[in-house]
Design a protein around this ligand. Structure first.
Ligand code: BEZ
Ligand code: FE
Length: 275
């Protein structure tokens, strides 16, 4: 098929004379792919206007507490792809990463080993989460910062719900001399990502649901190690195969062990050493 207006693409790229080498590389690719998309889709002027309107509304939806562009990136698989590109040479013994999501709320209260992250009662099933943080050689990472967060049983994070105490179901722990962490919580539940904006409209237009399978978030960091951003998912969740943000990896799906009404998840994390 004949290329429509090929010299336009070369003209746009040819004018980036003041760009740094990386800026030139990235923007040339972006323009080539964007122009190829318009040509291949034979995008109509109405469709182009609808796209501009969609992106405008996406920006207008953003605030300090709502990042609609991250949601858009997540539901289109872009966030997981950027994560995969960053970790493609990960060694054996390093835990798989997944999306950060928009509900990490910055520094959170530090608790002692074994304490509960709940600030009020929930009707969820009690859960103990424990394990070790080590490097790929099996050496404990002592004093690693283990930040965790999850939703309440009403499917909302504290930052989405003014009825929850600030800091409910999120906390920071430090690993001990053996690299151990342990805390008490409740079994997480599946929940819909915020779908009252453009990202939600797009999901509906594509015939997709907004749900994420039940998970607990972890961000684990230590000065000489690469920060690990990940989740643990519950085996058997009905959304494991259709996570709205494509974040599930088989190695992150765990089966709690249930004894006397209390479930326990034992999971060891592997952190890469900083290069
Ligand atoms: C989350 O797991 O908190 C999340 C991730 C991506 C989009 C929305 C929520
Ligand atoms: Fe989440």
């Amino acid at each position: 098929m004949q290329t429509v207006f090929p010299e336009l693409t070369d003209d746009v790229i040819g004018r980036m004379k003041g760009a740094s080498p990386r800026m030139h590389e990235v923007m040339s690719l972006l323009i080539r792919h964007a122009h190829a998309f318009v040509r291949e889709a034979a995008l109509t002027q109405e469709e182009w206007r609808a796209g501009i309107d969609f992106l405008t509304r996406t920006g207008q939806m953003c605030s300090d507490s709502r990042q609609e562009f991250i949601l858009l990136s997540d539901i289109l698989g872009v966030s997981m792809l950027v994560d995969a590109v960053a970790h493609q040479s990960a060694d054996k013994g390093i835990t798989d990463s997944t999306v950060l999501g928009p509900f990490y709320a910055g520094p959170q209260r530090e608790l002692d080993q074994g304490e509960s992250i709940l600030l009020r009662e929930e009707d969820g099933e009690p859960l103990i989460m424990r394990g070790r943080v080590a490097d790929p050689g099996g050496n404990p990472v002592v004093g690693a910062k283990v930040e965790v967060w999850q939703t309440a049983t009403n499917q909302l994070y504290d930052v989405q719900d003014e009825n929850q105490p600030h800091g409910h179901l999120r906390a920071t722990f430090r690993t001990d001399e053996q690299g151990h962490y342990e805390f008490r919580t409740i079994l997480p539940v599946s929940y819909p990502i915020p779908d009252d904006g453009p990202a939600g409209q797009l999901l509906r237009a594509l015939g997709r649901h907004p749900f994420r399978p039940a998970h607990v978030h972890f961000m684990i960091s230590a000065p000489s190690h690469e920060t690990l951003v990940t989740h643990l998912f519950l085996k058997g969740d009905k959304y494991l195969d259709s996570d709205a943000v494509f974040g599930v990896k088989p190695s992150l799906v765990v089966q709690p062990e249930r004894r006397h009404g209390v479930s326990t998840i034992t999971y060891d994390f592997g952190l890469a050493r900083k290069r």
